[in-house]
Ligand binder design. Structure first.
Ligand SMILES: C[S@@+](CC[C@H](N)C(=O)[O-])C[C@H]1O[C@@H](n2cnc3c(N)ncnc32)[C@H](O)[C@@H]1O
Length: 254
């Protein structure tokens, strides 16, 4: 049984958050299997040791910009030094350690939206097994003003866009004609604009990238015949689970 409490004693920041708890149900069926796990961003290697000791028959692969000082007598940990956005290196890692694909990929790396996006789509499409799990940690950096690609959250302005313009025009016509005619003429447009207005939301850095992934989850509707843009295609995601700081995606089996 994979239990969050077993992780105490390992030098990893995952202990401070609920991430390990969220992994329990997904990792449970894999514990004894010959799985391939890749973690992008490993710092001192504490999480690599944690994964090695929990997946008793697994191959554990790590990537980081900096050297990783851990010792591993089992030979089941493989470490590569480099950048997460280096897709040539990602291909080499996959070729050497998981030619049939990874079962689990965890991104706890730069927490920069563009780098995360590049490695996500490259690894997800080419090197994650069907039904495999891809986790993105710390996506909330996009809400931080001092993060390289983040921005401090600002309450969205409501109402917005067309709705505002139409309602202002209706009010102006009503004022100059001193009647309700202007408003009545515009009431249909006013309603339509109200329904069609955008739901403004934060879209900087990692947060913007995660919201793009929500579009992928909705691909069945985006490409829905007649109503959508076609040609029809289902989402590449079987499931996307978004929680505080962590996104878990299960790749579709088809
Ligand atoms: C939050 S730490 C990883 C913590 C580790 N996963 C754990 O659980 O203990 C992030 C790591 O990502 C590495 N990193 C940052 N940007 C990177 C990049 N573009 N490519 C590769 N590694 C990067 C840093 O060197 C750092 O060690």
């Amino acid at each position: 049984m994979f239990n969050m409490n077993d992780a105490e004693g390992y030098d990893t920041d995952k202990l401070e958050l609920t991430y390990l708890k969220n992994y329990e149900e997904h990792f449970e069926p894999l514990l004894d299997k010959d799985i391939r796990l890749l973690e992008l961003g490993v710092f001192k290697g504490g999480s690599l040791l944690l994964w090695r000791d929990h997946f008793k028959n697994g191959t554990i692969v790590g990537l980081d910009l900096d050297p990783c000082p851990i010792e591993d007598k089992t030979g089941r940990i493989h470490f590569y030094q480099g950048q997460q956005e280096d897709i040539v290196l990602l291909d080499r890692i996959a070729r050497e350690t998981a030619p049939d694909g990874f079962d689990v990929i965890i991104d706890d790396c730069s927490h920069i939206g563009e780098f995360t996006r590049m490695s996500f789509w490259h690894l997800f499409e080419r090197h994650l097994k069907p039904g495999g799990l891809y986790s993105i940690e710390d996506w909330g950096t996009g809400y931080w003003g001092d993060w390289p690609d983040g921005k401090r959250y600002k309450e969205p302005q409501w109402p917005s866009g067309m709705y505002k313009t139409v309602s202002r025009t209706a009010a102006f016509i009503e004022k100059i004609t001193r009647s309700k005619v202007g408003f009545r003429c515009l009431s249909r447009a006013y309603k339509l604009a109200y329904y069609k207005q955008r739901f403004p939301s934060h879209d900087y850095g990692m947060v913007g990238f995660i919201k793009q992934l929500v579009d992928e989850a909705g691909m069945g509707d985006i490409t829905y015949p007649e109503r959508g843009i076609g040609p029809c295609r289902p989402s590449k995601f079987e499931k996307i689970q978004i929680s505080h700081g962590q996104v878990i995606i299960i790749k579709s089996k088809s």
